[in-house]
Design a protein around this ligand. Structure first.
Ligand code: KE4
Length: 430
């Protein structure tokens, strides 16, 4: 049983100082039981907690650390920028360079605005869609999470789902009335919502591959169907690629599926581990953003030089080494195949969804194609699995409703260790 005294003591202090003892709910381990581990450091594929326990890391800061932790190239870029002062509040060359690179890498983006988080990116994108179209309503999908903006905490997934509160106190009825929700992968329900709200829907926002109900893929034709509905009804299609952007390909899910949204929101990898978000799209829409146009959006630390230096180093690497994605796909497929053979050996047919380096093991034998089917998973059993894996030095996401993110630091030998721990953990809990 690994020592956890220091984490325990820090949590006891934190709980009196920070709501729930954490600065983001999913970190509190509420969905899996036990107290959260306090992280001291990480390097490559490994993370070390305050008690010195070592873990193979499969969350990678919920996506950003696609190259593993403490990559020298990013460290160098940050130290160099730091010496020039952390922040100016004036435009910098790095912002021009990263905008140029994002536009080059993401097919549908012609102009882009940097912000400080995925939430800021999605909040800004729907304000822009409303400002551009003059319409108020948005359509989102049950189980998709777009950050904690009021308009999204309506049957949200991820943290909110994990916390078992399908919407949040503090969100006004007026806001909730302007957010319509549909089941993921159900094009007919979207069509009905549009017909019932003809002329009122400004935008449809979707995770083109969902990660916040666990990894759930779009069915054949679903994204193309949304694109067609948006074209037919003058609705802005927003791909929330905060998770999938630069994760599934240089151009994210829109490159993988060949569907171009009108607006894309980005986060996580774009900052190389620093707080960065962005939203972008075609020039006509983006030129409605202040000061070019009337839709207001601003931020003291938007385009922060340190964050830009880390993001530029990260994106430049991914742009220059696009075999990275084939490597990530190969290694994650190896892990998937290992998990499948483990399940076969114990006579269980649990569902595994994977695309590229995003993978989820659902403790249900049903296909998982939307939030309702994801919720047929045995969350209690998942909690026991999480802790069994932790005991064996593998840190998976502390929630059934989260995707894992494999980094390039995971090699064949470490993948074998993950698969072996998976088998031992399944034997322990079943
Ligand atoms: P942030 O505001 O957390 O940077 O981004 C919000 C967001 C927006 N869109 C998508 C598709 C996202 O996945 C996220 C945030 N993802 C969660 C992980 N499920 C962040 C982890 C957390 O909340 O602590």
């Amino acid at each position: 049983m690994p020592l956890k005294d220091k984490s325990k003591s820090l949590f006891e202090q934190a709980i009196n100082l920070i709501p729930g003892g954490v600065n983001s709910p999913v970190r509190a381990f509420k969905a899996v039981g036990g107290d959260p581990l306090f992280i001291r450091s990480a390097k490559g594929p490994y993370m070390f907690d305050e008690d010195g326990n070592k873990y193979i890391e499969l969350i990678n800061s919920w996506g950003p650390m696609i190259l593993g932790h403490a990559h020298e190239m990013i460290e160098e870029a940050v130290v160099k920028a730091l010496k020039r002062s952390p922040s100016f509040g004036g435009p910098t060359a790095a912002e021009v360079r990263i905008a140029e690179l994002i536009i080059h890498m993401v097919p549908s983006i012609e102009k882009v605005r940097m912000v400080n988080s995925g939430t800021e990116a999605t909040m800004s994108a729907i304000r822009l869609a409303r400002g551009f179209t003059g319409k108020d309503k948005i359509i989102k999908f049950e189980g998709c999470y777009h950050g904690h903006g009021d308009s999204f905490l309506i049957a949200a997934g991820s943290g909110v789902a994990t916390m078992g509160t399908p919407d949040s106190p503090g969100v006004t009825r007026g806001t909730a009335n302007d957010t319509l929700t549909a089941p993921y992968n159900d094009l007919e329900s979207v069509r009905k919502l549009i017909d019932r709200n003809e002329g009122e829907v400004a935008a449809i926002i979707i995770e083109p591959v969902a990660g916040n109900m666990g990894c759930v893929l779009p069915k054949e034709g679903f994204l193309a169907g949304l694109r067609q509905l948006c074209d037919d009804h003058g609705i802005i299609l927003i791909f929330d690629e905060v998770m999938t952007g630069f994760r599934l390909a240089k151009g994210g899910a829109q490159e993988v599926f060949g569907i171009h949204p009108d607006l894309t929101t980005l986060g996580k990898i774009i900052g190389g581990g620093m707080p960065v978000g962005a939203y972008g799209g075609n020039k006509e829409i983006m030129d409605c953003v202040s000061p070019a146009g009337p839709v207001y959006q601003a931020g003291t630390l938007s385009g922060n030089p340190i964050a830009m230096s880390a993001g530029l180093a990260m994106l430049s690497y991914l742009n220059d080494n696009d075999d990275t994605y084939a490597q990530l796909d190969r290694m994650t497929k190896k892990i998937e195949n290992g998990f499948r053979s483990n399940l076969k050996s114990i006579g269980k047919d649990y569902t595994i969804n994977r695309i590229g380096s995003m993978i989820s093991l659902f403790f249900t034998e049903k296909d998982v194609t939307d939030f309702d089917s994801a919720k047929t998973s045995d969350a209690e059993l998942f909690g026991r699995y999480f802790n069994a894996m932790l005991e064996r030095g593998v840190y998976v996401a502390p929630s059934q409703f989260e995707s894992l993110f494999i980094s390039t630091a995971i090699d064949e030998a470490i993948a074998d260790q993950i698969v072996e721990s998976n088998l031992k953990s399944l034997h322990t809990i079943l």
